[in-house]
Design a protein around this ligand. Structure first.
Ligand SMILES: [Ca+2]
Length: 453
């Protein structure tokens, strides 16, 4: 009998332990296929919890006088408006311990963010303004007309990038430094990526929306200065998007000519911006993921994020056969979000370059290869740039043109996200179809079109 009682106790005890374990929520740790800033995390706070209280609980885990605990946690930022997120440095012990803190929905590695290309060769076969020439006609074959019916006047464009060389003459004082995530003066000092993108969106010479206002948010730093990607992180983009939520002036277009390897927190942030009434335009990204022999991507899903087992590599088109890479926009954030307009690139012959991502997550194509645009190095200099960033820039300019032309002038009764969907619908409805020669399986074959003057 005693033995039976003991067995019963053991059984009840085991059951209790099991119940305890199953009722405790353990927030998943989400990884990024582009790799991450080692030891830095974005901690998403559950709805209904106070971010300051959760941050305090995390800080309380550290016992200053107890070196044996070996728990190191340092809170870097509290992001409150776009998505409630704590940016923190955590060692492994701290990561284990915060599993017990209530109010954490998930923990995401602070992933690496990349500009979507820049360096480019000159295309001698076509005129410098071939991009504008192509988008104002439905058929292929350039006709020399580069006019656009509309100029984006009164529209606010928020560009989260490497900064803008605002003093360049081409911007006619319509580009302003709004925010610098690194605490600097917001200048584009390193690659000129942001300036090149801005020149296509709203430059007076080769730009689409020639009278729109641009607000520059510097969220990507200079890799060459640090020798690492530490200033290329999702957390800086999140800080920029948080600034947009607090300061945006409608009507607004938000441009993310950058991408990272699958970020749940970034996807949630662009949805918030979309729901608040800004049109969000994103680059489809370039191929980053190597294929297995079976043709499958060499990454596997973890939670809702992705993880690459190998260190991320950017294929050099001169050395690598790009057919061995996955060209999948759905593996990139924010490109994979349904709340953004995702843009892939074509070259001057309506052909998709080997580096451009395609796939179901692409909304449309726009010119993106060998685009002549503003050079940050000089006040009146231009140069060639390539990338899905450049393609996204044309579409961002188009969004501003449609807004200024009155697409969103509808009764006030409609909620902001519905009004801004009208812009996306207009962009997609007006495209020329079946013009892209190698759009790729499953990719909508739509090419940006704006009416000429
Ligand atoms: Ca034309």
């Amino acid at each position: 009998m005693r033995c039976r009682e003991l067995q019963a106790y053991i059984f009840v005890g085991a059951l209790w332990a099991l119940l305890q374990a199953s009722s405790g929520y353990s927030p998943p740790v989400i990884q990024n296929s582009d790799g991450s800033l080692g030891g830095q995390y974005l901690i998403k706070i559950k709805a209904g919890y106070d971010i300051d209280a959760v941050a305090k609980e995390i800080e309380d885990l550290i016992v200053p006088d107890d070196s044996k605990s070996k728990v190191h946690a340092e809170i870097k930022h509290k992001i409150k408006n776009v998505v409630p997120v704590i940016v923190a440095r955590l060692n492994f012990k701290a990561q284990e311990k915060i599993q017990t803190v209530a109010g954490i929905e998930y923990i995401e590695e602070d992933g690496i963010v990349k500009e979507e290309n820049l360096a480019s060769d000159k295309d001698t076969k076509v005129p410098k303004d071939y991009g504008l020439d192509r988008i104002n006609q439905l058929d292929s074959g350039l006709d020399g007309n580069v006019t656009i019916n509309g100029d984006g006047f009164g529209t606010n464009i928020y560009l989260l990038d490497t900064g803008i060389q605002d003093l360049h003459r081409d911007f006619e004082c319509r580009a302003r430094h709004a925010y610098d995530a690194f605490g600097g003066d917001g200048f584009d000092t390193c690659t000129g990526h942001g300036t090149a993108v801005a020149g296509i969106i709203a430059g007076s010479r080769y730009g689409v929306a020639k009278r729109a206002t641009m607000h520059s948010l510097k969220v990507i730093g200079c890799e060459a200065e640090t020798g690492s990607y530490e200033n290329h992180a999702v957390s800086y983009v999140m800080l920029g998007l948080d600034w947009v939520m607090r300061n945006k002036v409608s009507p607004c277009v938000v441009v993310l000519a950058l991408s990272t390897g699958g970020s749940r927190v970034l996807d949630e942030a662009v949805k918030t911006i979309h729901d608040a009434g800004c049109v969000v335009v994103a680059a489809a990204g370039r191929s980053e993921l190597a294929k297995t022999d079976e043709g499958q991507p060499k990454f596997f899903p973890v939670g809702l994020g992705y993880r690459a087992p190998l260190p991320p590599t950017t294929p050099d088109p001169n050395k690598v056969d790009l057919d061995n890479y996955i060209h999948e926009a759905c593996a990139r954030s924010p490109a994979r979000s349904p709340y953004v307009v995702t843009v892939a690139a074509i070259g001057s012959t309506d052909t998709v370059p080997s580096w451009s991502n395609t796939g179901l997550c692409v909304d449309l194509f726009a010119p993106g290869e060998s685009i002549y645009t503003v050079n940050f190095k000089n006040d009146d200099d231009f140069f060639y740039a390539s990338g899905t960033a450049m393609a996204a820039a044309y579409v961002a300019g188009a969004a501003a043109v449609h807004i200024a032309n009155g697409v969103t002038e509808v009764p006030d009764i409609l909620p902001p996200q519905v009004v801004n969907n009208l812009v996306k619908m207009k962009i997609l409805k007006d495209t020329s179809t079946c013009m892209v020669l190698n759009a790729g399986e499953g990719t909508p074959n739509r090419l940006l079109y704006l009416q000429p003057n």
